[in-house]
Design a protein around this ligand. Structure first.
Ligand SMILES: [Zn+2]
Length: 229
């Protein structure tokens, strides 16, 4: 399996934001699956897990389950560099999507939603990818709650993943998330969106071992669901 860089943009601080895609020989993939890591710069473990998926799948193409797979290992490289939740404009990318429940706020805290919806290049990058590739399901990786949260029609997938990684499914994360990606893609576009919340202060290798089966279940879930095209 060859996994190639499909797109690349530069962040405001000139860091690369990359989209990788599987180059499949089969004409009709079962479905299109998107993985996104590091929405928040101070939650870097998603990049490690997604890079492990890429390496694993390159070695063993059967793991794709004939799905087309899109990977964005790190959406917020500027935040990662500075170890901040927000991007280099001080915007929480997970509050910057143009959703119906967006709340305008000038308060420059770690949840600052940006001057306008989709003001950030990182946000627009994701929106374009969702439009162009029409993923059938999306997994984003955050921390630190050690739960599986979801938006859109993803309750069954979440329950199965929970059995595989031992993290509880929590539908309500406990606080409002206006302008979040889950609201944008899951609630408003009905794409199943899983938010995998990793625990804090874990060895990334342990997180990989702990989550590998759940990640592959998510990737191949169409094979287990009757009637899914
Ligand atoms: Zn997060």
């Amino acid at each position: 399996m060859i996994i190639k860089q499909e797109k690349e943009i530069l962040s405001p601080k000139n860091n690369k934001i990359q989209l990788f895609k599987t180059e499949s020989s089969f004409a009709e993939p079962h479905s299109t699956v998107l993985f996104i890591g590091v929405f928040h710069g101070d939650e870097p473990d998603g990049e490690f897990l997604i890079n492990n998926l890429i390496t694993d799948i390159e070695k063993n193409p059967d793991l794709t389950g004939n799905n087309r797979i899109l990977f964005i290992p790190c959406l917020n490289p500027d935040g990662k560099q500075e170890k901040t939740r927000e991007n280099s404009n001080g915007v929480d990318l997970n509050r910057n999507f143009p959703t119906k429940n967006r709340i305008e706020s000038d308060e420059k805290n770690e949840f600052y939603p940006g001057k306008t919806a989709a003001s950030e290049i990182e946000t627009r990058f994701i929106m374009e990818i969702v439009d162009e590739y029409k993923p059938d399901r999306i997994l984003t990786i955050h921390s630190p709650y050690k739960i599986i949260n979801y938006d859109g029609p993803a309750d069954e997938i979440s329950e199965k993943m929970s059995k595989l990684n031992g993290y509880p499914v929590q539908v309500d994360i406990g606080y409002p998330t206006p302008g979040s990606f889950g609201t944008y893609a899951g609630k408003e576009r009905k794409i199943p969106v899983i938010t995998l919340e990793l625990p804090e202060n874990s060895d990334p290798e342990d997180l990989w071992v702990e989550n590998k089966k759940a990640l592959y279940y998510f990737l191949n879930t169409n094979l287990n669901m009757a009637g899914n095209s």
